[in-house]
Write a new protein. Structure first.
Length: 305
C-alpha cells in the first residue's frame, strides 16, 4: 500500500537544520559523556577521566556539558547515582490518585510546564490529519536536535534526532498524520523550542498550548502523563489503574510509545515494573539524560508515584 503522503512533496525540501560544526561536535562530546556516565555510574568517573576520554581539558568539558545539558557532569552523575540508589519504585502502592487531587499547582510541580491542552475530535484523528496544516522546524536542545511541529492552535509534535537522522525523524513524525499538509517554517517553531527547554520560562500565567491528536484512549493516557511531577516516575500498570482499567497495561504502553509530544508530555517518566527504564522511542540514553536533567532541577531524589 502506498503511503498517503510523500516526503518529496514537502516544501521546501526538508534538510537538516545546521547548528554549526562546532555545536554538532560539542553535542557529540556531550552525548558520549552522557552515555559513559549512565552506563558506568558505579565507577563514579571523575571529571578528569571524562575529560581525558573526550579529548578536552576538564574546564572545557565542564563548560560544554553545562551549556548543553543544563548541569555539570558531576551533578548529572549524582542524579544518576541517586536514581539507582533510592529505588524508583518504593512499594506497590500508587499515590498518583492523590496527585490528581492536588491539581496543577506550581508549588506541587505537578505540571512543571503549565501546559494547557485540547484534543482534536475522533473524526479529525480518523482523517489522518486531512485538511490540517502543520509547520515544522529543527532546533538545538539540551538533548540533541529537536523537531518541533505546530498547528495554529499550538504545539502538536516534538521528536529528537541524532546527527544525520533528521530526515528519519521527520518521516517518523509525518507518518503519524499522513494526510496533513506539512510546511517547513523554522521561524514559526523557534518560539516553542525556546520555551520548552528553558525552565525560567515555565510560567503558570503563560501556559504552553499543545494540541493532542490521537485516539480517545491515547489522549486519556497522555493527559495522565501530564499529571506526573518532575523528579518522579510512574509505571504502565499504575497509569492503567488510574484510568479504571488495571488490566490495560499493555495498551497503556502502546499509547505511551505513540506519544507525539515528547518531553512536554513526559512519557520519559514512565518505567517498567520493578523500576527498569523500559523503552523510549528516542533512545534510552536520551531518556536517562532527560531524567537526570530533571532530577537536577527538581531535587536530589527521583521517586515513583
Amino acid at each position: 500500500m502506498t503511503k498517503a503522503f510523500d516526503l518529496a512533496r514537502l516544501a521546501p525540501d526538508p534538510q537538516p537544520i545546521s547548528i554549526g560544526a562546532e555545536a554538532a561536535e560539542n553535542y557529540d562530546v556531550v552525548r558520549r559523556t552522557l552515555k559513559r556516565i549512565t552506563e558506568d555510574w558505579r565507577e563514579q568517573p571523575s571529571l578528569e577521566q571524562l575529560a581525558g576520554e573526550a579529548g578536552l581539558q576538564p574546564i572545557q568539558l565542564q563548560r560544554v556539558f553545562s551549556r548543553w545539558a543544563g548541569l555539570t557532569p558531576k551533578q548529572f552523575l549524582q542524579a544518576i547515582t541517586l536514581d539507582h540508589a533510592k529505588a524508583l519504585l518504593r512499594g506497590s502502592a500508587s499515590v498518583l490518585d492523590a496527585s490528581f487531587e492536588v491539581g496543577l499547582s506550581g508549588s506541587s510541580r505537578l505540571h512543571d510546564l503549565f501546559v494547557t491542552h485540547e484534543a482534536m475530535t475522533p473524526g479529525d484523528y480518523r482523517s489522518r490529519g486531512a485538511g490540517l496544516k502543520i509547520v515544522y522546524g529543527f532546533h538545538p536542545s539540551p538533548f540533541g536536535q529537536v523537531l518541533v511541529m505546530a498547528t495554529d492552535k499550538g504545539l502538536a509534535g516534538l521528536g529528537f534526532a541524532d546527527p544525520g537522522e533528521e530526515h528519519a525523524t521527520l518521516e517518523d513524525m509525518c507518518a503519524r498524520w499522513p494526510a496533513a499538509n506539512f510546511i517547513a517554517d523554522q521561524e514559526a517553531t523557534a518560539s516553542y523550542a525556546g520555551r520548552v527547554f528553558d525552565p525560567q520560562r515555565w510560567q503558570q500565567d503563560q501556559p504552553l498550548n499543545i494540541v493532542m491528536i490521537g485516539t480517545d484512549f491515547e489522549i486519556r493516557v497522555w493527559q495522565t502523563l501530564l499529571k506526573i511531577p518532575m523528579g518522579t516516575a510512574s509505571t504502565y500498570s499504575d497509569i492503567a489503574a488510574c484510568l479504571g482499567n488495571p488490566k490495560a497495561s499493555r495498551a497503556v504502553g502502546s499509547a505511551v510509545g505513540r506519544n507525539p509530544i515528547s518531553f512536554v508530555v513526559p512519557c520519559h517518566r514512565v518505567l517498567a515494573k520493578g523500576g527498569k527504564l523500559g523503552g523510549y522511542h528516542w533512545g534510552l540514553t536520551r531518556k536517562r539524560a532527560i531524567l537526570g536533567w530533571e532530577s537536577g532541577l527538581a531535587g536530589p531524589v527521583l521517586e515513583c508515584v
